[in-house]
Design a protein around this ligand. Structure first.
Ligand code: GN1
Ligand code: MG
Length: 356
């Protein structure tokens, strides 16, 4: 029997498998949609190079689901962990691979590009609602599944180490990092100075991690919760915007979409947003695409060990795309800051509370 089918059967609640196909285009784990007569579920091989202790991911997911279950009026559903026929949260294959399964939220799909400004509004709403839902969950109760994730200065010092050994270099990426490497410390410094608190973050809220109702076109879930951890909501906001506002053809940053997303985000999350949170919005918007470019370029220099690639230059091209996006953000700095100032004025009361 196909080995993948054998693994899927571990989670199928003794139902026959009627369909098994790759799902999504994640760059880390391998993901499949499994169909049985009773339901669909998502089966994943966890990349152990990236997530060395997969048990921490499941503990976080259980804690998140428990928190949402006791909330009245939660407008997002989260996928639930499924157990193997033997009652375990993971199945370890003979070759040592770790597999896990989660429920598939029916009648939903993910989007690769936003179809309209209504979609953008939904994405901003969902991220804001996610942060709002977990704003009263103590972040230290969650595990850090991926230490160092989004700590830009660490990526930068690793890059410098890799660069010393690298035989091929790309002048555009190298010069860009030289010129803007000083961005790296901005959020971490604010965190260390106590200006930005640790909160529960998603870690990877790019557009295709939002599920939209097929008929309603409303955002109903945020998936890919492996990187949920204590962190800065600014990483999430920057990541959501770098993904949703990225015009793929030109690598420009779409300011109009950014305006829609930030407005709907703040309608949900504005109640806990402090003056310092507003101060660090622009730095986050410029930092996260820079950081992702740095991560892609470093991986290219290291021989593409972290992100999946279909060709040897793909991580280089991804890096160039993220740096061009960062350049477009820098070119629109004045407009983006003016937008943030307007939102701050509309949402923040004069005493600094989020109740204007
Ligand atoms: C990775 O595997 P995927 O696509 O969900 C990465 C994110 C990047 C993203 C870029 C754990 O996420 O940080 O933003 O690729 N996840 C991890 O596409 O590194
Ligand atoms: Mg992910």
């Amino acid at each position: 029997m196909n080995p993948l089918l054998l693994i899927a059967l571990q989670f199928s609640n003794r139902q026959a498998i009627t369909g098994l196909q790759p799902l999504g285009n994640g760059l880390i784990n391998d993901t499949y949609l499994v169909t049985t007569a009773a339901a669909c579920f998502v089966l994943q091989r966890v990349n152990r190079q990236v997530f060395p202790v997969p048990e921490l991911i499941s503990a976080n997911l259980l804690a998140l689901n428990q928190h949402v279950r006791q909330k009245v009026g939660a407008k997002l559903q989260l996928p639930e962990m499924l157990r193997t026929n033997a009652g375990q949260l993971f199945y370890q294959a003979d070759n040592g691979d770790f597999w896990r399964a989660q429920s598939f939220i029916a009648d939903t799909k993910s989007l690769e590009t936003l179809g309209s400004s209504a979609d953008a509004e939904q994405a901003g709403f969902a991220l804001g609602h996610f942060h709002h839902l977990f704003s009263d969950l103590d972040p230290v109760l969650l595990h850090d599944t991926l230490p160092g994730f989004h700590i830009t200065p660490r990526y930068l010092s690793h890059y410098h180490k890799v660069l010393r050994q690298a035989s091929i270099k790309d002048p555009y990426c190298g010069d860009f990092i030289e010129q803007f490497g000083h961005f790296a410390d901005m959020l971490e410094q604010a965190k260390q100075q106590g200006l930005l608190p640790l909160r529960v973050i998603h870690g990877d809220p790019k557009l295709n991690n939002f599920l939209f109702g097929i008929t309603t076109r409303r955002a109903v879930s945020l998936i890919d919760l492996d990187t949920v951890k204590p962190g800065l909501v600014h990483y999430d906001i920057g990541d959501c915007l770098r993904s949703c506002c990225h015009v793929e053809e030109t690598d420009e940053f779409n300011l109009a979409i950014c305006a829609v997303i930030l407005k709907s985000y703040l309608a949900e999350a504005g109640s806990f947003f402090s003056p310092a949170d507003y101060d660090y919005l622009y730095p986050a918007i410029q930092l996260i695409p820079f950081e992702l470019g740095l991560r892609f370029y470093t991986d290219y220099l290291e021989g593409n060990r972290y992100f999946k690639v279909t060709g040897p230059l793909q991580n280089l091209q991804r890096a160039q795309g993220q740096f061009r996006l960062t350049a477009s953000i820098l070119a629109q700095e004045v407009e983006i800051k003016a937008l943030i100032a307007r939102l701050r004025h509309d949402n923040l009361a004069p005493d600094g509370s989020g109740n204007a």
